[in-house]
Ligand binder design. Structure first.
Ligand code: FAD
Length: 599
């Protein structure tokens, strides 16, 4: 079936409607349409189609999706946050077919065993491993264990690596106490670094769920039951009493000249999969949420579910740039600086196109001495939540081959950066509607750093990453604009060097230096694009929104399946978990619709 921008007038009802055509949604739609040729499935996506778009297909072009002009990204605008000095953060999220999987940075990282074991019945690590295997064909090391060998998503190193900095970083991390681990994504390994694998096939193409699941079925002539409507915003779910009966939508004015609101009925099920920032907004506009929020937006209550939009989480990101002795073909600075001919790269199918510029990933924990040095409050938290749970890292890192942002104004050069994010933040934010108008501002607070413990984690992360980088042979000093402004007399002051450091000793930070780091962190923390937890799977009384079969409390025929459901955070970039949610959710729905098993 084709991808529509406007549905045929004759189509007034289907069996299943999926709200949002993102990462999890493309998997669910595909598996449902396989399970029963008679079951009609309609996906409604607010953004455009993505079929064969070079900016999607070629991994190297991922940065284009972060530009404010991107039409494939939704930029959720936050409100001023006092704990961040009044800053208003913007959190980008997937905004086309394939959702986040079509625009993300393609790092392959999986939740830890203990993360899954904290979820509801049916979602433990042992129960999820079949789905983790089902989604992938794994081309990395240690392929026999928890990895799959026959799934649609190809996981490999892609077609390009900057071997010198990769090896250099790994030997430096080893010196600081973090060994190379062959497979850090086996659910059990921890406290080391890994040569990165990615959602990139051995042929260098991005592995988004639209291209790996949905498009092949739309084109094979065997799935007339699968329909996709793009460039159309779902405004609300319709109910007959408390049973979901369809949806109301309108053409997205960003892509189509304004059209009228339309409705389509769902005979069997409505599945909301609009992402952790989109899903709670759809629910609230439909009358499912906290009565106070609904009242403020003049929405009649269908079901009182106070947890909707409530426990927003992300991973707090800081990335630190360094001068290097690397060559131009070992970083992406020539690309971001506009010095590469992209059409020429595409015309020649250059191998660098199959690179995401992140060659090493890490999951790390502090030593006992480092925990003690972070003070009694941090130590009490560590002893309670981490010390005996050796499966849980404190921080994740990725080596970025280039300056991590807009390089305008920087001297032309080759930079390298280390990104750090804390994987189990204690801070929580929220996202709610102010009105039912999709173009009105929303009430969005990230909550980043509301917990001072989350700031302390990043003080440790800052010092640790810097000690690793100072031990790299290609290190040539800190790029000062991306570091705390230490005074000249401080041991920590940023310096540019002519060669590698020798006989490297750890920097000694003063109390004043620590205060400078904390202030700098607060002024610079930003999103890791790992939004989750806004409609969590938990009992209603614990701010839960769905049960373990993904039923929304208080209504019937309404499901949620995306990154809004995780009840707790995960020590990983979040795409793999979104894929696994899609696979698991599809099986739940197939069982419930009595369609037999998906192939
Ligand atoms: C810039 C960026 C970089 C990232 N990098 C990585 C990485 O390197 N590795 C990794 O593992 N993870 C990464 N992630 C995170 C990962 O991609 C996401 O966690 C995951 O894709 C979320 O999947 P989802 O199914 O929950 O939602 P999404 O994939 O975001 O899908 C939601 C879809 O719903 C649509 N939608 C929203 N509202 C409506 C509405 N009202 N009507 C119709 N449609 C609607 C959206 O347009 C979107 O397509 C990154 C994310 C981003 C944004």
């Amino acid at each position: 079936m084709a991808v529509y921008t406007e549905l045929p007038q004759s189509l007034t009802e289907v069996d299943v409607i999926i709200v949002g055509g993102g990462t999890a949604a493309c998997i669910i739609a595909s598996r449902l349409s396989d399970a029963d040729a008679e079951l009609t499935v309609l996906v409604i996506e607010s953004g455009p189609d993505n079929l064969n778009d070079p900016a999607v297909v070629h991994p190297l072009l991922f940065l284009s999706h972060l530009l404010p002009t991107s039409k494939r990204t939704i930029f959720y605008q936050g409100t001023a946050e006092a704990q961040l000095g009044g800053r208003k953060l913007v959190v980008p999220s997937g905004g086309s077919l394939g959702g986040g999987s079509s625009i993300n940075l393609m790092m392959y990282s999986r939740a830890q065993r203990s993360d899954w074991n904290d979820w509801g019945p049916g979602w433990s690590a042992e129960e999820m491993i079949p789905y983790l295997k089902k989604l992938e064909t794994y081309h990395g090391p240690n392929s026999g264990s928890t990895h799959g060998l026959e799934g649609p998503t190809l996981i490999s190193g892609g077609t390009y690596r900057a071997h010198r900095s990769e090896n250099d970083f790994i030997q430096a991390a080893n010196k600081v106490g973090y060994p190379e681990i062959e497979d850090l994504q086996d659910l059990d390994s921890n406290n080391g670094v890994q040569r990165a694998l990615r959602f990139i096939g051995p042929d260098g193409k991005r592995q988004d769920t639209a291209h790996r699941y949905l498009h092949p079925r739309l084109q094979d002539g065997k799935h007339p039951n699968l329909m996709v409507l793009v460039e159309s915003q779902v405004l609300r779910i319709l109910f007959q009493g408390t049973k979901a009966s369809g949806i109301e939508y309108q053409p997205n004015p960003a892509f189509q000249s304004s059209g009228t609101k339309k409705r389509i009925a769902a005979k069997k099920m409505v599945i909301v999969s609009a992402g952790a920032l989109g899903t709670p907004l759809v629910l609230e506009k439909s009358g499912v949420g906290d009565p106070e929020v609904l009242k403020r937006a003049s929405v009649p209550v269908v079901a009182e579910v106070p947890g909707v939009g409530k426990e927003y989480q992300d991973h707090h990101l800081l990335a630190y740039p360094y001068h290097t002795s690397l060559d131009a073909d070992e970083t992406v600075d020539a690309l971001t600086g506009g010095r590469l001919d992209i059409p020429e790269l595409i015309a020649t199918n250059a191998s660098i196109l199959g690179w995401n510029a992140q060659d090493v990933g890490a999951k790390i924990r502090p030593t006992d001495a480092e925990v003690d040095a972070l003070g009694p409050d941090f130590k009490a938290t560590w002893d309670r939540d981490f010390k005996n749970n050796i499966n849980k890292p404190l921080v994740s890192m990725a080596l970025i081959s280039g300056f991590p942002g807009d390089p305008t104004g920087l001297p032309v050069g080759q930079y390298i950066s280390l990104s750090t994010f804390s994987v189990y933040p204690y801070s929580r934010g929220h996202i709610h509607i102010n009105s039912t108008n999709p173009s009105d501002a929303v009430d969005f607070q990230t909550g980043f750093f509301l917990s001072p413990i989350d700031v302390t984690k990043h003080v440790w992360a800052y010092k640790t990453q810097r000690e690793i980088m100072r031990r790299m042979a290609t290190y040539r000093g800190e790029l000062a604009v991306g570091h705390p402004p230490f005074p000249p007399e401080s041991d920590a002051v940023c310096n540019k060097t002519d060669g590698p450091l020798t006989n490297v000793q750890n920097i000694k930070y003063t109390v004043e230096d620590d205060a400078i780091i904390r202030t700098w962190l607060i002024d610079n923390v930003s999103t890791t694009w790992h939004s989750l937890g806004t409609c969590k799977m938990a009992p209603l009384a614990q701010s839960g929104v769905v049960d373990s079969n993904l039923n929304v409390y208080g209504v019937q025929g309404l499901k949620i399946a995306d990154m809004s459901i995780p009840p707790g955070n995960i020590a990983a970039n979040t795409a793999n978990t979104a894929f696994a949610i899609g696979e698991r959710a599809a099986d739940i729905f197939i069982d419930e619709l009595r369609l037999g098993k998906s192939p």
